[in-house]
Ligand binder design. Structure first.
Ligand code: SAM
Length: 266
C-alpha cells in the first residue's frame, strides 16, 4: 500500500469546518509530514464522457459519470486504498490529530476498509503497537493489523460482542462512517443516519478512555444539532467537519468530539 506524502497538495489540505454557530472556512494546520495525499498530485485527468446506453437508467449514468470522473476514486486506486472515503479520514486526522501511534481504534461501518487502512497505518497496528477493531454489517476482506467483526451495530447484542473482542481495556478513538443504504427520502435517510450516530455515541461513552475521541458521520438537516448539544456535555471540544473529499453537493457531514470527560452517566 502506498501512502505518498502529498505535501502541499492544495486539493486536500484546507478543511471546510462548520461549528454549531454557523459555517466558516479554516485552513488545515497540517504538519507537512502528516499531510494527506489525494487527487491532483499526478496531473490533470481527462474527463470521461458516459453515454446513455440502452437499458441504462439516468441515475446509473450519473453514478458512472461521477465515479469515472471523481479524482478521489482515481487517487484511491492509485494509492491502493479501498475507498475514496479514506481521504476523508486522512484530511480530518491531518487537521485535528485524532490518530496517534499505539492507540486502540474502533471503526464502525468499516467496509470496504478505507478508514481502517488509514487508522491501521497511523496507530501502527501492523506492528502490533496499536489496534484497529473494524465492524460492519457486510463482510470485509482481511486487512493487515485489523481485527474485523461482522455484525449489525443496531442489534442490541452488538456492543457487548465488540466489547468482548476489545477485552479488558478502553479505547482511544471511536470512528463511525456507518450509513444505511439510501431510501431516496431525505428526511428518512437523515433520521436513520442520526440514529446510527446516537447508538455509536452511546457505545463510545461506554468504552472511551478519558480524553478519547469520537468521530461520526451525520447528515445536515436539523436533528444533529440536538446530538451536538448532548455531546458537548461529554466532550471538551465538539464541532462539525466537512472534508474536501466529502462531495460538496452531499449533505454528509462529520461530527468530531474530542477530549472525552469520562464522567458521563451511561
Ligand atoms: C460509507 S460506508 C463506510 C466506508 C468506510 N469508512 C471506508 O472507508 O471504506 C458505510 C458502511 O456502513 C455499514 N453499515 C450501515 N449500517 C450498519 C449497521 N447497522 N451496522 C454495521 N454496519 C453498518 C455499511 O454496511 C457500509 O459498509
Amino acid at each position: 500500500m502506498v501512502f505518498p506524502s502529498g505535501a502541499g497538495n492544495p486539493a486536500v489540505s484546507p478543511l471546510l469546518i462548520e461549528n454549531a454557530a454557523g459555517i466558516a472556512m479554516t485552513k488545515s494546520k497540517t504538519p507537512k509530514s502528516r499531510r494527506a495525499s489525494g487527487p491532483g498530485t499526478d496531473g490533470r485527468a481527462l474527463k470521461v464522457k458516459v453515454k446513455k446506453a440502452k437499458g441504462r437508467s439516468t441515475s446509473s449514468v450519473r453514478w458512472l459519470d461521477r465515479q469515472l470522473n471523481d479524482p478521489y476514486v482515481t487517487a484511491a486506486k492509485r494509492d491502493g486504498l479501498r475507498s475514496r472515503a479514506a481521504y476523508k479520514l486522512m484530511e480530518i486526522d491531518d487537521a485535528h490529530s485524532i490518530l496517534q501511534p499505539a492507540q486502540t481504534v474502533v471503526d464502525l461501518g468499516a467496509a470496504p476498509g478505507g478508514w481502517s487502512q488509514i487508522a491501521a497505518k497511523r496507530v501502527n497496528a501492523e506492528t502490533g503497537a496499536g489496534r484497529v477493531i473494524a465492524v460492519d454489517l457486510l463482510a470485509m476482506e482481511s486487512l493487515s493489523g485489523v481485527e474485523f467483526i461482522q455484525l449489525d451495530f443496531d442489534d442490541e447484542h452488538a456492543p457487548l460482542a465488540i466489547e468482548e473482542l476489545i477485552g479488558d481495556t478502553k479505547v482511544d478513538v471511536v470512528l463511525s462512517d456507518m450509513a444505511a443504504a439510501s431510501t431516496g427520502h431525505r428526511q428518512t435517510d437523515h433520521l436513520r443516519i442520526v440514529g446510527l450516530c446516537e447508538v455509536a455515541l452511546d457505545f463510545a461513552r461506554k468504552i472511551l478512555k478519558p480524553r478519547g475521541t469520537f468521530l461520526a458521520k451525520v447528515l445536515q438537516g436539523g436533528t444533529e444539532k440536538e446530538l451536538l448539544a448532548a455531546m458537548k456535555k461529554d466532550f471538551e471540544r465538539v464541532r462539525h467537519v466537512k472534508p474536501q473529499a466529502s462531495r460538496a453537493q452531499s449533505s454528509e457531514l462529520y461530527v468530531l468530539a474530542q477530549g472525552f470527560r469520562a464522567t458521563a452517566k451511561i
